[in-house]
Design a protein around this ligand. Structure first.
Ligand SMILES: *[C@@H]1O[C@H](CO)[C@@H](O)[C@H](O)[C@H]1NC(C)=O
Ligand SMILES: *[C@@H]1O[C@H](CO)[C@@H](O)[C@H](O)[C@H]1NC(C)=O
Ligand SMILES: *[C@@H]1O[C@H](CO)[C@@H](O)[C@H](O)[C@H]1NC(C)=O
Length: 225
């Protein structure tokens, strides 16, 4: 009897010890959130505090204007209109947003990432070449390119955090919607964040990292600053 009790106890404790832990930390909603003791110096997650629900109106949950293109970016030939926490306050804490992207002929949304969100691309007009890089878990120096040529009605998903691009290969405009599972998907543009950081990354680090010489690095800095 005592032996049976011992085995049962051991079995139960083994089960409990091997059980997964169900508590988890939330995903961050911002890049950094340094703790402060002074409430006067504090900001809230994404810099937003909630309105008294009694004061909320339908307009807090409404945005108008996704039917027209945003302003064109001259360097790369794309324009964006964001329906996110900054333009639709009702999105706060809902974990969803949408962006309209207009690509000029040959326009490019350069290599970038959204650390906080998966991106679902739906093409409305034109032809968009979209791709993302999946790191090779076995080799730090390698990745695989997953890419597709998308036409109106085509949908492509880009997993959270991966480096991606979208490019208009045609000679007419292209438009797509990018939906995100974040209220504030925040883009990091790879070229400019590397070559136009403030303060700058040391030339030597960039030259070694990209296997270029310092003159070429200086040229790249000039292009992105
Ligand atoms: C916050 O205040 C406590 C008590 O005054 C102090 O011990 C602690 O170091 C402070 N933390 C920060 C991040 O300032
Ligand atoms: C876009 O939608 C707004 C709001 O409904 C409307 O005022 C505007 O005329 C529309 N623009 C175009 C080009 O359809
Ligand atoms: C485009 O830019 C102009 C001038 O900067 C601005 O007034 C306008 O609101 C912008 N339009 C859109 C759709 O962002």
């Amino acid at each position: 009897m005592r032996m049976w009790w011992l085995i049962t106890t051991l079995a139960i404790s083994a089960f409990i010890c091997n059980s997964p832990v169900y508590a988890y930390d939330n995903n961050p909603l911002q890049d950094i959130c340094v703790a402060v003791n002074d409430s006067q110096a504090a900001v809230f997650v994404n810099g937003k505090i909630c309105k008294d629900p009694k004061l909320a109106t339908a307009d807090d949950f409404f945005f108008s204007g996704l039917n027209v293109s945003g302003n064109e970016s001259t360097l790369f030939g794309f324009a964006t209109t964001h329906v996110d926490i900054n333009t639709m306050p009702g999105l706060n804490t809902l974990g969803i947003s949408i962006v309209r992207v207009d690509l000029e002929p040959q326009g490019l949304v350069p290599l970038h990432t959204h650390l906080l969100a998966t991106e679902l691309i739906t093409v409305l007009e034109g032809t968009v070449y979209a791709g993302f890089l999946v790191p090779d878990p076995a080799n730090f120096f390698k990745s695989r390119l997953f890419s597709k040529i998308l036409n109106p009605g085509d949908v492509f998903v880009i997993p959270q955090g991966l480096i991606r691009f979208t490019n208009n290969l045609e000679h007419k405009k292209a438009t797509f919607l990018a939906s995100f599972n974040s209220q504030n998907p925040e883009a990091i543009a790879i070229p400019s964040s590397i070559f136009a950081s403030e303060p700058p990354i040391m030339d030597d680090i960039l030259a070694k990292g990209f296997q270029l010489d310092e003159t070429q690095i200086a040229e790249l800095r000039k292009k992105f600053s």
